[in-house]
Design a protein around this ligand. Structure first.
Ligand SMILES: CC(C)(COP(=O)(O)OP(=O)(O)OC[C@H]1O[C@@H](n2cnc3c(N)ncnc32)[C@H](O)[C@@H]1OP(=O)(O)O)[C@@H](O)C(=O)NCCC(=O)NCCS
Length: 438
């Protein structure tokens, strides 16, 4: 057993009695109530999910394992010459809540290299799809095609024991995380680079190997590390995390669950927003026809978008009520590495203007930028300009968070998810009576 799996087992054994006690002794304690607005409004703010991996405070932003974004970057080990921590060290952190030491990082790197071998048929599956297939379909299909390898499903059919289910879920989750960089890079090179595939370099860490397989020079290795860590986890209620959790609650394995979660990420109100941001910017620049972007013409374009009944991509959030710290982290990177980039300047101008425009419009509860408002701009700068690929990058990062959650879901024995639905008649009856009485 690796040191990480051993440590995870110790953590799980320490945590289990807490969940069991809460369930047994305090199961009927009320923690929330649901209004008609919430039942009709996508269950916003309804407190009915549990995860100890991350918590999203509306005013502060995300904390992963109790640490905010700068603290997370600061506490984890980095490779030599790198500005951002390795994804391998983050995998240890997100699973156990602890920063690994050098030996542990080395062991995870070796473990990932061993697991990273993508079965050849996965590439055949991707190649069989028409080239104009969206890369998120390619990614989800590739993941689903590997389901036959699931150790969890094998265990389910051969002497399944609930309290040991996390072990094979951990194996599947680790296999998947380790393989995703090569699958994502293959999709990219196959679809957009005439199929000129670059073989992995086993000497490199997760982020550097991804940069190498994509064909991008330094500091894209740090862009990859930063990007994957920033996009990993945002509580379990967001659509991609919740879908993964929901599918996993049926005891579907990690391949089914992640494949489904990524389909949720592909929606324009969720992960696709990063591609939409770039699309918005390109169309705006076309309209300008060579003129310089200014606060005034950006403002006019934002109003055009709103008046056309569309949302401003990259702005607003279902939970956050401030600028997303993940946006700030990317802005900081851009300030340091690409201060003169024209797109960066435009993203900054939009940031100056859009919150005011959205506030004036008065609809959104949060006029501030989210993670998607800056991410495409950095990718564009380093040569990744095929922006329908951006959600795949988000997906590789998101996989790390949702898979860590799946491991813990099975460790803590979370049951089949099954909220209750009601009818419009019932809502009208309760509305007239001032509340549900039964
Ligand atoms: C993220 C998002 C889906 C959250 O949705 P939400 O929780 O329903 O947000 P709100 O409660 O603030 O929405 C209230 C109203 O403001 C509108 N609104 C929210 N964000 C908006 C935006 N960026 N531009 C224009 N209108 C927006 C909503 O469409 C809604 O309008 P409606 O009442 O006519 O349906 C939403 O802000 C959005 O569509 N943002 C743009 C897409 C995006 O960036 N997605 C990535 C999220 S990480």
């Amino acid at each position: 057993m690796t040191k990480l799996k051993q440590r995870l087992q110790e953590r799980i054994e320490a945590e289990r009695p807490r969940t069991a006690r809460l369930n047994k002794e305090f199961g009927s304690v009320v923690i929330d109530q649901v209004t008609i607005g919430q039942a009709l409004g996508g269950a916003r703010d309804v407190k009915c999910l549990v995860t100890d991996i991350s918590y999203l405070d509306p005013q502060e932003g995300i904390r992963i394992r109790g640490k905010n974004i700068p603290e997370t970057f600061a506490c984890l080990p980095k490779g030599s010459g790198a500005e951002y921590p390795t994804v391998e060290s983050f995998w240890h952190f997100i699973l156990t809540g602890e920063a690994p030491d050098a030996d542990e990082v080395e062991e995870i790197e070796a473990d990932f290299k061993y697991r990273a071998k993508v079965p050849p048929y996965v590439f055949d599956v991707i190649r069989a799809l028409p080239k104009d297939t969206h890369p998120m379909v390619m990614l989800s299909s590739a993941i689903l095609s590997m389901q036959r390898e699931s150790k969890f499903t094998h265990f389910y059919h051969h002497g399944f024991k609930k309290d040991r289910a996390w072990e094979t879920m951990y194996e599947d989750a680790s296999d998947l995380v380790a393989r995703l960089p090569e699958i994502a890079a293959f999709i990219y090179r196959w679809k957009y680079r005439n199929g000129q595939i670059i073989a992995p370099d086993t000497k490199l860490d997760f982020g550097a190997n991804f940069a190498h397989m994509m064909g991008f020079a330094k500091p894209y290795d740090d862009v990859a590390r930063m990007y994957f860590i920033l996009h990993s986890d945002h509580e379990v209620g967001n659509a991609s995390a919740h879908t993964t959790h929901l599918v996993g609650s049926t005891l579907s394995d990690a391949y089914y669950s992640l494949g489904a979660g990524l389909c949720a990420l592909a929606g324009p109100l969720h992960g696709l927003a990063n591609q939409e941001v770039l699309d918005w910017i390109q169309k705006f620049k076309e309209k300008l026809g060579g003129a310089e972007p200014t606060e005034d013409n950006v403002k006019a374009a934002l109003w055009d978008t709103l008046n056309a009944g569309q949302v401003i991509p990259g702005y607003g959030h279902a939970v956050l009520r401030r600028t997303d710290p993940r946006f700030e982290a990317q802005l900081q990177f851009a300030e340091k590495h690409l201060p003169d980039d024209a797109l960066f300047k435009l993203v900054r101008t939009i940031y100056k203007v859009a919150p005011g425009v959205l506030t004036e419009q008065g609809k959104t509860k949060n006029p501030w930028p989210n993670v998607d408002a800056a991410s495409g701009m950095i990718q564009w700068h380093y040569g990744l300009r095929e922006y329908d690929f951006y959600t795949v990058l988000f997906g590789v990062g998101r996989a790390i968070g949702v898979l860590a959650n799946l491991v813990w879901d099975r460790a803590l024995g979370y049951p089949l998810e099954r909220p209750k639905s009601v009818t419009t008649d019932m809502l009208e009856k309760w509305a007239a009576a001032g509340g549900a009485k039964e």
